[in-house]
Ligand binder design. Structure first.
Ligand SMILES: *[C@@H]1O[C@H](CO)[C@@H](O)[C@H](O)[C@H]1NC(C)=O
Ligand SMILES: *[C@@H]1O[C@H](CO)[C@@H](O)[C@H](O)[C@H]1NC(C)=O
Ligand SMILES: *[C@@H]1O[C@H](CO)[C@@H](O)[C@H](O)[C@H]1NC(C)=O
Length: 451
């Protein structure tokens, strides 16, 4: 098991090598509501007819005589139904296939072909199409898609806190630090790692941290078919949902920051997910690697960012991959405080508490949808026991905050170009590791299980 964990960590590290990503919530200190569950949302944050309602509804609500039961996290029954290694999209639930087909049919998914890589860690390319043009608008090339389907920046004065690639055994120290300092973070989790490190998963959720999606096996998502994109997102959403009493994640971060108009649209249209990138990159994934960064370099960067402009706010790419990457955050934390940054979970960057699609905040109960013969819209009316939710506009608010920060897309792009340049330089020496990781988690798992 331990070997498997290490492998997954290595794989995740290689994955994390490439792209841009975002950040956390210290507001709990000032929010006296945080000790008590908030009222249920009166509606999901997306329109009531969004397919995610139907894909992740429950059969009964928690006050019903027989509420939906989920197997205990970590139990064999809990783990049984999930893919081992890369998900086979032919074998995914028919409802996901149907939702994708409906979105395609409705013209909501751009028809660009999947990207190609010349080598396992190379930036994906698009043939004759311009990756910076509006048709593709690849985040790997720091192209920002207009609208509210992507988040690159935090509001002024706010540093978004998030960590990629967990849960892992190295997460333990981080979670203890976050809890002791009342810092709420978003964890962009890899589905396979949740299966393996479910105790860490439970600890993060119990702490009130926000759980978000970092795909099932950490591929370059733009290289995948539409169906494979759905499978990578869907299984991770499903596992988080079934492991949190039905919380439906609202955010995902593409591995390597590799997303384009097609992938972003699938995430939004099929599953209601908003794509989160970042505007500064610690490169902490490469700590300890040949040619990688080092703690001094990370500290120097943090000092520059934290003592620099507060507008836009920061979304700094960080990982819970290694003791070094965890320590890099712990070391930077005092500087965040000294410079009066507001720390906020990336899933609550706009200050609203809606970190999930169907619950107002992490500890609160999700909005429980009784399944009625009349359909989901009818059932929604029954679930409302709270004042009108503010969550409906959460996604738009994030966009509005970015706009009010006075950061046009080009400006955000500039920030990321810097990060992207460093990223690419650091990634080159990692090619062998990346290749290893990309040779499919399933193969690696097979090797180690056989060993
Ligand atoms: C998720 O939980 C529901 C409710 O118990 C169950 O019907 C479903 O099979 C679970 N999904 C997986 C993939 O285990
Ligand atoms: C942080 O806020 C305190 C109290 O308002 C102020 O005294 C201090 O100068 C501020 N520090 C920075 C770096 O802005
Ligand atoms: C939950 O279900 C019960 C019985 O099925 C119903 O009476 C109740 O109104 C529901 N509660 C909510 C919040 O939907």
């Amino acid at each position: 098991m331990f070997s498997l964990t290490l492998l997954l960590a290595l794989s995740a590290a290689s994955l994390a090598a490439a792209a841009p990503h975002p950040a956390h919530d210290r507001d709990r200190d000032h929010d006296h509501d945080h000790t008590a569950p908030r009222a249920l949302s009166s509606q999901w944050f997306h329109p009531d007819n969004h397919p995610a309602h139907a894909l992740f509804r429950r059969q009964t609500n928690s006050t019903a005589p027989t509420p939906t039961q989920f197997p205990a996290v970590g139990s064999p029954a809990w783990a049984a139904a999930y893919p081992q290694g890369t998900p086979d999209s032919n074998a995914m639930p028919q409802a996901w296939k149907d939702a994708l087909a409906a979105a395609v049919q409705a013209g909501k998914i751009p028809t660009i072909a999947p990207s190609h890589q010349s080598s396992p860690s190379a930036d994906p390319t698009y043939g004759s199409l311009n990756p910076n043009g509006p048709q593709v608008c690849s985040a790997t090339y720091q192209c920002v898609i207009p609208g509210d389907t992507e988040v690159w920046n935090a509001p002024p004065g706010v540093i978004g806190i998030s960590f990629d690639d967990g849960p892992l055994p190295t997460s333990d120290k981080l979670y203890a630090f976050l809890a002791a300092n009342h810092v709420r973070a978003t964890h962009f989790y890899i589905g396979e790692n949740i299966l393996e490190n479910w105790k860490e998963f439970n600890a993060a959720f119990a702490n009130g941290d926000d759980i978000a999606v970092h795909t099932w096996t950490h591929p370059y998502m733009t290289t995948l078919s539409n169906a494979d994109v759905v499978a990578q997102l869907g299984w991770t959403l499903q596992l988080i949902y079934n492991s949190t009493g039905g919380h439906l994640a609202k955010f995902w971060r593409p591995p390597y920051g590799d997303a384009d108009t097609r992938v972003v649209a699938i995430a939004k249209e099929v599953f209601g997910l908003t794509t989160v990138i970042w505007n500064q990159d610690t490169n902490d994934w490469s700590l300890g690697e040949a040619g990688g960064t080092n703690p001094t370099a990370i500290a120097t960067n943090f000092k520059k960012w934290l003592t620099g402009s507060k507008s836009p706010g920061l979304i700094v790419l960080e990982h819970e991959l290694s003791t070094g990457s965890v320590q890099a955050f712990i070391d930077a934390f005092p500087l965040m405080q000294q410079n009066n940054w507001t720390l906020r979970s990336v899933a609550a960057l706009d200050g609203a508490s809606a970190s999930y699609q169907n619950a107002q905040d992490s500890p609160s109960q999700p909005n429980l949808l009784p399944l009625t013969a009349g359909g989901l819209d009818a059932s929604l009316a029954l679930t409302s026991s709270a004042p009108a939710a503010t969550s409906a506009s959460a996604s738009a608010s994030l966009g509005a905050n970015a706009a009010s920060a006075g950061v046009p897309a080009a400006s955000a792009s500039g920030i990321n170009n810097q990060a992207g340049g460093k990223k690419n330089a650091a990634r080159a020496p990692r090619a062998p590791a990346a290749a290893l990781a990309l040779s499919a988690a399933g193969v690696l798992i097979g090797l180690f299980c056989a060993a």
